[in-house]
Design a binder for this molecule. Structure first.
Ligand code: NDP
Length: 250
């Protein structure tokens, strides 16, 4: 396939939290499908720049941008950086997210606020800033979670609430942006083997007990769904999304 016939050729994408885990897999996949890609990170400058270099070596434009999704200024910095590096923005992937486990009764205010700020406010402000640029036919894809719908265990009360908030955010915004032919969707992973939720971590045994399949998901399996929603075949999908959870919510 020539690069101009790839499904995302000519498209410009921003993936927040693209230095590691699911976000890095999404960035690689969008670039492989032909898009120019900017990623943001909070701390991992070396890893993020190495990924941008890898994408540039494949023939696409790429940029790594330091932008804290938990800070008000981080949202605008992410969008400004992506637009400056790529010349515009067609696809926004709100991926950056954090989880702070523990009993809700004892959860410090700082941890509650950090999760709300990155997982909810950051998504809202980044999306708002992106709307000044995203043209007709654009895509807004947010990474939610299967626990935004059903929560099979405790200890993730605030995290799951932040992911539930993204459900109605996605639905309402899809209705607002329908006339612009911009689609808005939520991808809801179950357990995926990353630094956030390692397949050999302390939670793994109990997590696996809730799945229909007997394994964790791979970041590439989430990236494939994001690429599909970003692509031309998904133009009639909006206000919904895809659950990729190994049957956790079956
Ligand atoms: P990781 O912890 O492995 O990676 C998180 C990524 O987000 C890193 O690139 C990190 O950057 C970035 N990030 C974290 N905080 C910020 C911030 N304040 N500003 C900018 N970037 C930030 O997470 P995953 O890949 O596992 O998760 C990605 C998304 O998928 C999250 O929204 C998560 O909630 C969701 N998800 C994950 C599941 C799982 O089982 N792994 C299941 C369901 C949903 P840096 O490297 O600089 O720290």
């Amino acid at each position: 396939m020539t690069s101009s016939s790839l499904p995302l050729s000519g498209k410009r994408a921003l993936v927040t939290g693209g230095s590691r885990g699911i976000g890095a897999a999404i960035a690689r996949r969008l670039a492989a499908d032909g898009a120019d890609v900017a990623i943001t990170y909070e701390k991992s400058a070396d890893v993020a720049e190495a990924l941008a270099e890898e994408i540039r070596a494949s023939g696409r434009k790429a940029a790594a941008i330091q932008a804290d999704a938990g800070a008000v200024a981080g949202a605008q910095a992410a969008i400004d950086g992506a637009v400056a590096a790529l010349g515009g923005l067609d696809i926004l992937v709100n991926n950056a997210g954090i989880a702070r486990m523990g009993d809700f009764a004892d959860q410090p205010l700082q941890e509650i606020e950090a999760q709300l700020n990155v997982n909810v406010r950051g998504v809202m402000l980044t999306t708002q800033a992106a709307l000044n640029h995203i043209p007709e036919g654009g895509r807004i894809i947010t990474i939610g979670s299967n626990v935004g719908e059903k929560v099979p265990f405790g200890g993730i009360t605030v995290y799951s609430a932040t992911k539930s908030a993204l459900e109605s955010f996605t639905r309402s915004l899809a209705r607002e942006l329908g006339p612009r032919h911009v689609t808005v969707n939520l991808v809801r992973p179950g357990p995926v083997d990353t630094d956030m939720n390692p397949a050999d971590g302390p939670m793994a045994a109990s997590v696996l007990g809730f799945l229909a399949l007997d394994r964790y998901g791979r970041p590439e399996e989430i990236a494939g769904a994001v690429a599909y929603l970003a692509g031309p075949e998904a133009g009639f999908i909006t206000g919904t999304g895809i659950v990729i959870d190994g049957g956790a919510n079956a």
